[in-house]
Design a protein around this ligand. Structure first.
Ligand SMILES: [Zn+2]
Length: 230
């Protein structure tokens, strides 16, 4: 396999550039991961983003109203929470996962690597390992709440018209809405003043510096593309 050359990007540059991206950039990037993204109209894209955000906030207010810390919230919902070290599949790093009905696992190797990376590079001082853990848990907890409310929640039931052939219309599921909502949920619940999506980039860096730069550049490029057609 030939590797294309990736631009040089120090740990500090990666952090600064990632934190400088607006939430919207990450949202467009999540949208662009949908298989039928190319067929969405601009109006459909903005509707998916705003509905995803709205659901994320609505569920964050449910959890905030409990007035509990993250671990207590897990107990409240009777989540079977587990930490395991091994996060690495054959070709990618997994930070955390939710398995229906009630199981959440955080892979602590990711947290350990991130902690070491902070110590070595002095970067991301104000984003601690425990914040990262809480973000990973919050994201997965949203997927549990979606499962609990699967009959009614829009992230599971929303369909978009992507093909029209005369009288025939085809409607498709939109998986990005769920991810947009999960991130907004984590941001609002935990009171973050940056997008929790920054960890999509920052947690990859200790494993694969070039891969982290590629993800960052991909997010920027999707955001730039959509701003050109605005
Ligand atoms: Zn997710």
């Amino acid at each position: 396999m030939t590797k294309t050359k990736v631009r040089a990007c120090s740990a500090q540059e990666l952090l600064d550039e990632t934190l400088a991206l607006p939430q919207e950039a990450f949202q467009w990037h999540m949208l662009s991961n949908d298989p039928l993204f190319e067929r969405y109209s601009r109006a459909q894209c903005t509707a998916i983003i705003s509905q995803g955000e709205q659901i994320g906030r609505q569920y964050a207010s449910e959890v905030l109203s409990l007035g509990m810390g993250v671990d207590e919230v897990l107990k409240h919902y009777a989540i079977d929470y587990d930490e395991q070290t091994k996060p690495i599949a054959a070709d990618r790093v997994i930070f955390a996962q939710y398995v229906e009905p009630k199981s959440i696992t955080v892979f602590t190797d990711t947290l350990r690597k991130y902690q070491q990376y902070r110590e070595v590079h002095g970067a991301a001082q104000d984003i601690s390992g425990s914040t990262v853990r809480n973000v990973l848990i919050a994201h997965e907890l949203f997927h549990y709440l979606e499962y609990r409310d699967e009959q009614t929640i829009a992230t599971r039931n929303f369909r978009i018209t992507t093909h029209r052939l005369g009288p025939i219309t085809l409607k498709s599921k939109v998986s990005s809405m769920s991810e947009i909502a999960a991130m907004e949920f984590a941001k609002v619940w935990l009171g973050l003043d940056y997008s929790p999506n920054v960890f999509d980039v920052l947690l990859v860096r200790p494993y694969e510096p070039d891969a982290a730069t590629v993800i960052l550049d991909n997010i920027s490029s999707v955001y730039h593309q959509q701003s050109l057609t605005a």
